[in-house]
Design a protein around this ligand. Sequence first.
Ligand SMILES: C[S@@+](CC[C@H](N)C(=O)[O-])C[C@H]1O[C@@H](n2cnc3c(N)ncnc32)[C@H](O)[C@@H]1O
Length: 372
Amino acid sequence: MRFTDTLPTPPAEALAHSAQLAERIRNAIERNGGNIPFREFMQMALYEPGLGYYVAGLRKIGKEGDFITAPEISSLFSQCLANQCAQVLTELGGGDILELGAGSGVMAADILARLESLACLPEHYYILDLSPELRDRQRQTLQTNVPHLLERVVWLDALPAEPMRGVIVGNEVLDAMPVELFTLVNGERIIRQVEIQGDGFGLVEVAGDYTSEFNPNLPGWLGSMADVLKAGILLLIDYGYEQADYYHPDRSQGTLICHYQHRVHNNPLWYPGLQDITASVDFTAVAEAGADNGLELAGYTTQAAFLASSGLEELFMTALNTYPANQYKLAQQVRTLSLPSEMGDRFKVIALSKGFTPDLVGFRLADQRHRL
Ligand SMILES: C[S@@+](CC[C@H](N)C(=O)[O-])C[C@H]1O[C@@H](n2cnc3c(N)ncnc32)[C@H](O)[C@@H]1O
């Protein structure tokens, strides 16, 4: 991943796609009297039906896409998550898993394979994504990797109508939710607006030197998670900080970043629809919104500590014994997932529970709930 000021010119087909989405955004701005809140721009750039970054057919995740995620790096990651799921399913005497934003489907396949080896399969493995176009890719991955378990997988168009017992899991879902951008002016949060500037878009100028963001949908979203979960946990993995760190005076430009073909930059208004736009997660806000909705904070720690607590070393040794020729590759995967300079510290894991009180295995070695 490289930080850059210059981006390659997208191919003609991509430019035409972006122009179509830009036209829709321009119409929304005009309808709204000359500007729209940044959150609405981000919502359209990522999720506008048929055109948004996540809902149009472009390949985003993986080597040939724009960014790579932990389940794509190593199945050891998903196997650790499966170990945590196994504890919950065992304590509950069975149940279901619901994965939010399932990407290529590889995490679902690896979790199911591991749970099968532990004789702890969920009754159903539900998948809900705002990007229905990913379904074919997910089905293909599951068909190739775990064809005999495909019958347990159910794709949903909306959250289950009946509350479920088990685990709701989402890797890098929170960071893909639209955020409100604000600038502090005399201590007051001024919500930033996007306007048409020349052929593109710009932010309406505001005089202030501290800009950041927040996710206004978090309380509502956690409310719907609480409604869906009868008993079990919600397990979320993402990059982010505790609130004091998130809004640290030194972080005066916020956390918004964009990914295009493994390059990172900070202009979210560039070619809408072609790039990922993402903000780090304020985990204190997640815990608070969870508590307001009756979800108890059951664990919070770094990805490195969660993986170590969930049996990473043992899984690594098993993989080494099974595939000795992959020694270097496997060691490299563990380093990427765990080193503080890679994903180990920047990514956190939070668990919120309902009707489920046992201590969670994934937070055994280092529970940092007190930091939130
Ligand atoms: C960065 S991708 C991560 C994909 C996958 N979990 C992985 O780790 O490779 C974020 C995904 O979350 C989905 N998403 C965002 N908000 C969501 C929501 N409220 N419910 C379900 N999926 C959502 C997006 O459509 C996108 O597919």
